[in-house]
Unconditional design. Structure first.
Length: 346
């Protein structure tokens, strides 16, 4: 009976981990969509009918004409041909199409698992929350896109972009946490109240860093200072001294400074965390796990530096920016696992 129950839990866990992988791909596609300037190419939100792209020249021209009505085309991409439009349309369509595929991969196994009674009673509530988070993510995405569909904006609002990004990571973490509950044995958990407190505090700082990373992307702040280690020859941008506090989320150079500074602070704290984790009595699983965050954060800082230095090179920025975003997601996944494994009490 116990073996049968474990098989059911493993099947659900595998399904959830596939979802984790698909969400990672979705966030990466979102990053590529942003880096290629494709996010505003589709001016309508059709959750079902939008799965079918334009099928003939007349349909393509209609979609292109709709794009011509917004400020991004009028003030930025006014020299675009239909061929140029098809390129940016593809990335936004693919981004939305992958979201639809995630919904299918969620719903079909969900129905199957209900019919075959693979869900335990305690799984129902988390699954419903997961479903609602997925719907909310799609809605937030459209609200973000809509912020750029006007005559004034060239891109989507960077605050809404940050909300869309962080909510996607929230969905990612929740899905992984649910899977960890099904696959990790209690013997792999580690009891350390001090390390738990340190880990939670560091996670909150990472979230703030991710928010400012989204601000960097939305404001294209990397292009304002393609220098390192200084910011255009200054350690502290002079614009930060002259502006109001609210501009710490609006001024590209201020956002740039905060993002860099947080990266240094998190790196130092990660070194301290590594030595604290190394000195506690733990499981073999945690010993291996505890080595990953420091390696990832070093790689992330290096990628961040090169992303800034090559911000004006479109092809290099695309690859480096996507790699930088992917590494950030890996760090979030690893740190979510750390938070699950490290406990205050048994």
């Amino acid at each position: 009976m116990q073996a049968n129950a474990n098989k059911k839990s493993n099947a659900v866990a595998i399904w959830l981990l596939i979802g984790v992988g698909m969400i990672v791909v979705q966030v990466l596609l979102g990053g590529i969509t942003r880096l290629t300037g494709s996010g505003l190419s589709i001016t309508e939100w059709k959750p079902i009918l939008g799965a079918i792209p334009p099928l003939n020249e007349a349909d393509w021209q209609k979609a292109f004409d709709q794009y011509k009505q917004i400020g991004q085309f009028k003030h930025l991409n006014f020299e675009f041909t239909l061929s140029d439009f098809k390129f940016i349309y593809f990335w936004e369509w693919f981004h939305r199409e992958w979201a639809r595929l995630i919904a299918v991969v969620f719903l079909i196994p969900f129905v199957y698992f209900i019919i075959t009674k693979k869900f335990k009673k305690e799984m129902v509530k988390p699954l419903m929350i997961l479903f609602l988070l997925g719907i909310l993510q799609g809605l937030i995405g459209w609200i973000m896109v809509k912020s750029g569909l006007n005559d004034e904006k060239l891109y989507v609002d960077h605050i809404r972009l940050a909300i869309h990004f962080i909510s996607a990571l929230g969905l990612l973490c929740y899905t992984l946490w649910f899977a960890l509950q099904l696959i990790l044995d209690v013997s792999q958990l580690v009891v350390s109240p001090e390390l738990k407190k340190f880990s939670v505090g560091l996670f909150l700082l990472i979230i703030v860093q991710l928010i400012f990373g989204a601000f960097m992307a939305g404001l294209k702040a990397a292009n304002f200072a393609i220098t390192w280690p200084t910011i255009n020859g200054e350690w502290l941008p002079s614009s930060m001294l002259n502006d109001r506090f609210s501009n710490f989320t609006k001024d590209p150079l201020a956002v740039h400074f905060i993002h860099r500074t947080l990266a240094y602070i998190i790196s130092i704290l990660m070194v301290l965390w590594f030595f604290k984790a190394k000195n506690i009595s733990s499981s073999d699983f945690f010993k291996k796990l505890s080595k990953l965050p420091l390696i990832i954060i070093i790689l992330q800082v290096i990628l961040g530096i090169f992303t800034v230095l090559f911000a004006n090179h479109a092809t290099a920025l695309l690859w480096l920016g996507a790699a930088h975003q992917f590494t950030a997601m890996v760090l979030v996944l690893v740190w979510t696992t750390v938070l699950y494994v490290v406990r205050k009490v048994k």
